[in-house]
Design a protein around this ligand. Sequence first.
Ligand code: ADP
Ligand code: MG
Length: 357
Amino acid sequence: MKYYERNDAQAVSVTIEKVVKKFGSFQALGGVSLSIQSGEFFTLLGPSGCGKTTLLRCTAGFERPTSGRILFNDADMTLIPPWEKNIGFVFQNYALWPNKSVYANIAYGLEIRKKSASFIREKVQWALELLGLPGIGDKMPEQLSGGQQQRVAIARALVIDPTILLLDEPLSNLDAKLRISLRFQIREIQKKLKITAIYVTHDQEEALEISDRIAVMNAGSVLQIGTPEDIYERPAQRFVADFVGKANIVPGRREGDAFVCSERFRISLVPEYRAQVPEGRSAEIMFRPEALREVGKHGQADQADMEGRITDVLYHGNIRRYMVDVGCPVPVVYETSIPHSIGESLHLAITHYRLYA
Ligand code: ADP
Ligand code: MG
């Protein structure tokens, strides 16, 4: 095996135990606990200001937690500075040294580790090829596009064979098309190297596509941890449902075996939900725009959970997005490829929903 090929044994697991971080009297992290498996692509997802960067910087050692512990495998790394642990860190703004060539930027981490000149040459070459950047070693950062600069930054992070790769919104400064292609490249490289990766983003679509598991954060806390499917299909809280993907969230009330949102929107509850929302209690029902099915005006209309009139259509090519007035304070959003016109009446059944009490 060549020196740069890794196996699972070299990747580390990361355990974050009750980490609190205060800046003065402001609490940026309110006791976060997470377990990241070795070789896992783990994403911290949440709105701006929720504490993602702070948690990543604590993991790297750029910040010290106010309390709590961070372990790599079984070793307590809480107070170890970044330069004393073998981590790769990729910043949103690339952070390349402007006065060093691409080659010198990537080689720097190996030079300070006192590697031999021949080792450094071979290893930098390997990193440039890994990122699809052969032949640009002599260029200066300013001669490169944003996408190339970020790939150089990733090469620089990986060249030292880190046990963990930390990425803080690495694609946020790039245009949409490039973001998507680099997203795939990052995931491909991570799988190839079997390196543990912690990835920070506020972009829910990116998180769903790239991650093995996601932690959804808000206001310094983790609200839910799960696979992309868990997070999208079974959001544990209203905030998660609303933040990840598009969600219809409609208020209503338990009445007998049904949940009633309006005269034209009444759904019979499965037993699991009857236990969750007592008779007479208000709650919210959440369902995705694609979790609606037309049950026709004739014959099967009794299977409908709601009946309404289309008030607007947004054409998206692959789908049409309909606003449907079902007598609730907000229109229900329904997505399908079936063409309809404004003013048409629809009978819709919900195939999959959650209730938030
Ligand atoms: P995110 O990366 O999710 O956008 P951050 O972790 O950067 O959020 O910040 C979380 C909160 O902590 C924000 O309210 C931010 O203003 C605050 N914060 C971050 N770093 C500092 C600091 N060095 N001093 C004071 N407040 C900070
Ligand atoms: Mg941030």
